[in-house]
Design a protein around this ligand. Structure first.
Ligand code: X8Z
Ligand code: ZN
Length: 616
């Protein structure tokens, strides 16, 4: 017995000594790690800046030369830097670090995405990405019906404009089909190869596939299920909106036979992808005799320019006490479409990682959609500005959905009649319950119509990445999702010779999309908290936080932490809950939901999950 006790105490002492020794090693290495990080951050700023600048040059001038520079700089320099530094970082026992922030920074540095590929594979992956983006951004459609000019039309502003404004069915069909023939249809083989390279990288990095990698950014094992639950919570509201809009469209196009399954033809909703329906607001306004909530005419009447819209947007953020757009922003942003070269028109906001240079690139035209998009992009820049002093790997949103929610946060205030009146853009608003419903309907056409679209894109992409959707089913699965979630169907028969996913920017450009779904839910949680801070006494949908330094302070607190803190904690700090919730969105729209239910009483609501027979 004694013998065993002695052995046990020797073992225990040994174990304690071992732990003491190990924690000393970790502490030494934590101090070393901090030193290493300081140098890493200085070097990384240089590599990130160069790669971003090269990418900007390509995006604002789509030449082969700029592509070659961008791909070679990006692959040879940044990717090699990223991979080398991850290897160096992995020499530290960082998983055992006691300093949580340090551990988090290391976990980000060592999670290197596609940089894990060989030089050859990385170069191929980047080239495919850039080539698909170029096909998308330079596609043009010719042979417009009743147009003998022989002109060919790009997406922005022409084809988008036709879908937004025309109610000539031939013209709508021409733009809808033409866009898909000229863009996505040219890419499925490239996309298949691209997917295999993304998956290869994800597997090298220990993920099941690229979808698993993308979802890891949300740091939650229940993320997929949480999104599904949110969608199911909101679906009955979307169904009511869909049913009402469908009825109005049937009245507008009496000669068009709508399928009995309940789907809406996808080219009638005012948007190339049927993702936001504001352009048909005039067809579905609850009180049609009251003035429109759309400020486009007023912007044009008052000679607004792109620059003036940008200045007004800057003013909004300044009124909250947030950071004004810095000088280089005004000099270097691309705010209108250049006449002399091809560019990527899809709007984006850029952080150059040198803490000075931040830019927006978009092809603004003067209308309400672009007024909102400008506030959206500037919201991204504000987030960049707020977290610019963080280590480089924390310079991103608490999760990607946070970045998009912050980008959208201004839209909730600047769309209110209160705000628009205050800047002279809505002189005729009638403030009674009918005017209020008109306002809510316009908001729903933008934010609620979007939800199933925001949800379905990555449902499709995750299945492509996991191999559940093979190349031979790319297009049919795309449409199965569109029919099921959005309740729309293709106005022209589709087949596997088409690749309609490729006709939506984020697929060829490889931008994940579930972030927008998340953002469209949590922005209402944010707004509720900001309105409380601002002392708002109106209903949530009429709350305008412009001018509130208290709301600005809350926003700033959220933004400055960047990605350094897990998002549930950031959400908790702002809203008091650490869960995504659809409750504030439902509360915001309550009067409209009640009204739609009454309007739709006794009418068909909903649609079959399957696409109408003959459409695929
Ligand atoms: O891509 C964008 C922004 C840039 S982050 C213009 N959005 C999505 C889209 O256009 O499809 C904003 C809403 C959804
Ligand atoms: Zn955005």
């Amino acid at each position: 017995m004694e013998f065993f006790n002695q052995i046990r105490s020797i073992l225990t002492v040994g174990l304690i000594l071992f732990f003491v020794a190990e924690s000393a090693i970790i502490q030494i290495s934590e101090a070393e790690a901090k030193k290493w990080l300081n140098k890493y951050n200085v070097d990384a700023e240089k590599y990130f800046f160069e790669a971003t600048e090269a990418d900007w040059n390509y995006n604002t001038n789509l030449t082969d030369y700029n592509l070659a520079i961008s791909v070679s700089l990006f692959s040879n320099d940044l990717a090699n830097f990223t991979e080398t530094k991850a290897k160096e970082a992995n020499k530290f026992a960082w998983k055992n670090f006691t300093d949580e922030l340090l551990k988090r920074e290391f976990s980000k540095i060592t999670d290197i995405g596609p940089a894990s590929l060989s030089d050859k594979d990385f170069q191929r992956m980047s080239t495919l990405n850039s080539d698909m983006t170029k096909i998308y951004s330079t596609a043009k459609v010719c042979n417009k019906p009743n147009d003998s000019s022989g002109k060919c039309y790009p997406l922005d502003p022409d084809l988008s404009g036709v879908i937004a404004k025309s109610n000539d069915l031939d013209e709508l069909t021409w733009a809808w089909k033409g866009w898909r023939d000229a863009s996505g249809k040219l890419m499925p083989d490239m996309y298949e190869e691209f997917v295999s390279l993304l998956n290869k990288a994800a597997k090298i990095n220990g993920y099941e596939d690229n979808g698993d990698y993308w979802r890891s950014w949300y740091e939650s094992p229940t993320f997929r299920k949480d999104c599904e639950d949110l969608w199911l919570e909101i679906k009955p509201f979307y169904e009511q909106l869909h049913a009402y809009v469908r009825r109005k469209l049937q009245q507008k196009y009496p000669k068009l036979s709508f399928p009995k399954d309940g789907h809406i033809p996808a080219h009638l909703l005012g948007n190339m992808w049927a993702q936001a329906w504001n352009n048909i607001e005039y067809m579905v306004r609850p009180a049609p005799d009251l003035p429109s909530m759309d400020i486009t005419d007023e912007l044009v009447k008052q000679n607004y320019t792109a620059l003036k819209i940008f200045q007004l947007s800057d003013q909004f953020f300044k009124s909250l006490g947030l950071i004004p757009m810095p000088e280089p922003f005004w000099q270097k942003s691309m705010i209108v479409k250049p006449a002399d070269r091809d560019v990527v028109c899809h709007a984006s906001a850029w952080d150059f990682y040198n803490r000075k240079d931040f830019r927006i690139k978009q092809c603004t035209t003067v209308n309400m959609g672009w007024f909102m998009t400008t506030h959206h992009e500037m919201g991204h820049i504000e987030y960049y500005l707020q977290y610019k002093e963080q280590p480089i790997n924390f310079r991103s949103g608490a999760n990607p959905g946070f970045h998009e929610a912050i980008a959208d946060i201004a839209s909730l205030s600047v769309a209110t009649p209160e705000y628009l009146k205050s800047v002279g853009l809505l002189p005729n608003f009638v403030d009674n319950p009918s005017g209020d419903l008109n306002f809510l309907m316009n908001q729903a056409l933008s934010k609620v119509a979007f939800l199933p679209f925001g949800y379905m894109i990555d449902q499709w992409r995750w299945d492509v990445f996991s191999g559940q959707t093979p190349r031979s089913q790319y297009n049919s699965k795309w449409w199965q999702n569109r029919c099921k979630y959005q309740g729309i169907y293709p106005p022209v028969k589709r087949s596997e010779f088409d690749f309609d996913a490729g006709s939506k920017f984020h697929v060829p450009n490889n931008t994940p999309y579930i972030r927008y779904f998340v953002a469209h839910i949590i922005q209402y949680q944010f707004q509720e908290a900001l309105c409380k801070a601002a002392g708002n006494t109106r209903p949530l949908h009429r709350c305008n936080v412009a001018g509130s330094k208290e709301a600005g302070k809350k926003l700033s607190e959220l933004m400055t932490s960047g990605a350094s803190i897990p998002w549930p904690k950031v959400l908790q700090k702002l809203t008091g809950t650490d869960k995504m919730s659809a409750k504030p969105l439902m509360a915001y729209f309550k009067p409209l939901i009640d009204w739609l239910k009454k309007e739709n009483q006794g009418q068909k609501v909903g649609w079959d999950e399957k696409c109408p027979p003959g459409s695929l």
